[in-house]
Design a protein around this ligand. Structure first.
Ligand code: HSE
Length: 312
């Protein structure tokens, strides 16, 4: 058995508009790489964090990757310790599931290194342990689940965990724009209203059901009609510079829908071709440039695969 492995886990868009805390999808290109090495000292050490993660603590009690692999190591009663190197290949605090990608890359890497003793369902439990520190202790699996399973994933329940991967419509592309401002997930959760008028809840349920049906039947029109968030987006939009203008221009450029990625500040749109997704990217970028807000844009197919071993 080799004693070292490197894994890539993808960035994710959670909520997907109307599916607050219960839905997400994985994207290509952006993500985290984690290298794990078995060591004889029975401890977990984060040796380095490179890339966009230089603000993260090396303290293993404070990083999602070490918390997740530590929970897994205890479960497996593993005697060896672990040395972790983390390479952040995506922006942190961007609403693209950066902490989830670290946790998933970690548990996937350890499992692969040990010749896969655990199922994805088990791995999800441990990845979620890591993710809890980002949301003030309240578990939400809408980043870790799509990161681990790839594609579009529904989190029917977090306790007990019950997740369902649904098919990805073939033509879908996503555009993501990350305005360079900071949004702290825990703060963006605290600002949400605790009670929802029944009328709004009914509209939201209709949209979630429509979105799932649209994705499963590859009905792009239905996806477009359903990608509306009555509850969270109106509250969080104020955290994102130019949100309403970006959304308007994305829809005018041909996107099926547009909303906040996770707790923001990134904004995502879905389109049915690469050309449209690129046009959407240009139009959203123009809005932010006009406001003197720096941003990064990405166009990607949906990542149906999830994590992958890149070095062993
Ligand atoms: N569903 C979560 C939220 C994702 O919107 O707060 C953020 O990690």
């Amino acid at each position: 058995m080799k004693n070292e492995i490197k894994v890539f886990a993808p960035a994710t868009v959670s909520n997907v508009g109307c599916g607050f805390d219960i839905m997400g999808f994985a994207i290509n290109k952006l993500g985290d790489e984690v290298k794990i090495k078995l060591i004889s000292r029975p401890e977990i050490v984060i040796k380095s964090i490179k890339g966009d993660g230089n603000r993260l603590p090396l303290d293993p009690r404070k990083n999602t990757v070490s918390i997740a692999v530590s929970a897994m190591r205890k479960h497996l009663k593993q005697k060896d310790g672990l040395e972790i190197n983390l390479y952040k290949k995506m922006p942190m605090g961007s609403g693209l599931g950066s902490s989830a990608a670290s946790a998933v890359a970690g548990v996937f890497a350890l499992n692969a290194l040990l010749d896969n003793p655990l199922s994805n369902e088990d791995l999800l439990t441990f990845a979620l342990e890591g993710e809890k520190i980002t949301s003030g202790g309240i578990p939400h699996a809408d980043n870790v689940a799509p990161c681990l399973y790839g594609g579009f994933v529904i989190v029917r329940s977090c306790n007990p965990l019950d997740v369902i991967k649904i098919p990805t419509p073939k033509k879908l592309y996503t555009t993501i724009i990350y305005p360079h401002v900071e949004v702290i997930t825990a703060d963006a959760r605290r600002m949400l209203k605790k009670h929802i008028p029944l009328k709004k809840a009914v509209v939201q349920w209709g949209n979630v059901a429509g979105l799932v049906a649209g994705l499963m039947s590859e009905n792009y029109n239905l996806i477009a009609r359903s990608l509306h968030d009555e509850i969270i987006e109106p509250v969080r939009a104020k955290l994102i510079p130019g949100f309403h203008k970006m959304k308007e221009t994305a829809l005018n450029s041909g996107a099926l829908g547009c909303s906040i990625s996770g707790s923001g500040p990134s904004v995502f749109a879905l389109s049915t071709s690469k050309e449209t997704a690129e046009k959407v990217a240009r139009s959203m970028k123009k809005v932010l440039s006009g406001m003197n807000v720096e941003s990064s844009v990405y166009v990607s197919k949906i990542n149906s695969r999830g994590p992958r071993v890149i070095l062993r």
